[in-house]
Design a protein around this ligand. Structure first.
Ligand SMILES: CC(=O)[C@@H](O)[C@H](O)COP(=O)(O)O
Ligand SMILES: NCC(=O)COP(=O)(O)O
Length: 250
């Protein structure tokens, strides 16, 4: 299937279920193989410092699996570069690192970086990550004015934090909120950044987002994807999300 936006499947929630027993099932590497085999372009993990879901050995196993069996796939590791993310960047050099300003033990990601406050401390870590050959994406709220700062820090991309859109979807606020995301994406593109998006995207809200917000290179989707995969299976869920993406670009 040919489309303009890549699908990166986030496997956090597979590991969350696996961690409730000591049996190794469900397997994150098996999930990755099934999603990539069905056409997903990448795999995302967010190894949190408390290891509640993805653990360090999962990140290493997935990295080795993708390098050997899916060399064309993108491996995207998310996390806070001031906590544990840089260890993975330095050792594994994935295709993409997404910097997320989560606190330790955070329930789930709920905000992006703040500029100019975070500018100076991020700059050396962005530079180091890029020197390792790893693309840097910064998790950002949809604030158009912040995009030039993200570029000034040296990032390659921003990931628009989409929970606000997901909450507004289907409500009277939907149009105004989408306009805000479109303006933020355009500001990022104008600043020379590529645009990713993620958080609470699902089969209902994805097509409208991609049809409205310009130039989204990649979406990373986990929670709703895995919920769908419980009903449909990984391969059918992947095909369903690829179809949502394709329908945005008729
Ligand atoms: C950055 C982002 O939006 C995702 O990584 C999200 O935080 C998923 O993490 P959890 O699966 O731990 O909620
Ligand atoms: N970067 C967002 C991500 O990987 C998945 O977020 P969600 O779909 O689990 O909310």
């Amino acid at each position: 299937m040919n489309s303009r936006t890549a699908l990166s499947v986030n496997l956090n929630k597979v590991a969350l279920v696996r961690n409730t027993r000591h049996l190794g099932i469900p397997s994150v590497t098996r999930a990755a193989a099934l999603c990539l085999g069905a056409g997903a372009q990448g795999i995302t993990v967010h190894p949190r410092p408390d290891a509640r879901h993805i653990r360090a050995d999962d990140v290493h196993a997935l990295h080795a699996q993708l390098a050997q069996e899916w060399p064309q796939a993108e491996f995207n590791i998310e996390g806070n570069p001031f906590h544990n993310l840089m260890d993975f960047v330095r050792r594994l050099r994935p295709q993409q690192a997404t910097f997320v300003p989560d606190s330790e033990g955070q329930f789930t990601s709920d905000h992006g970086w703040s500029f100019p406050e975070d500018l100076q401390r991020l700059r050396p870590l962005v530079a180091e990550t890029r020197e390792h050959g790893v693309r840097v994406s910064l998790f950002m709220d949809p604030v158009p004015e912040a995009m030039a700062h993200a570029r000034a820090v040296g990032a390659d991309r921003v990931e628009l934090y989409t929970e606000g859109y997901a909450r507004a979807f289907g409500t009277p606020r939907q149009e105004a909120v989408l306009r805000q995301y479109a303006l933020a994406a355009q500001a990022a593109l104008d600043a020379g950044l590529a645009v990713n998006a993620g958080h609470d995207l699902n089969r209902e809200n994805l097509t409208l987002f991609l049809a409205t917000v310009p130039g989204v290179s990649e979406v990373s989707i986990g929670h709703a994807f895995i919920a769908d995969a419980l009903e449909l299976g990984y391969a059918a869920a992947t095909r369903a999300y690829l179809d949502c993406i394709a329908r945005a670009f008729p």
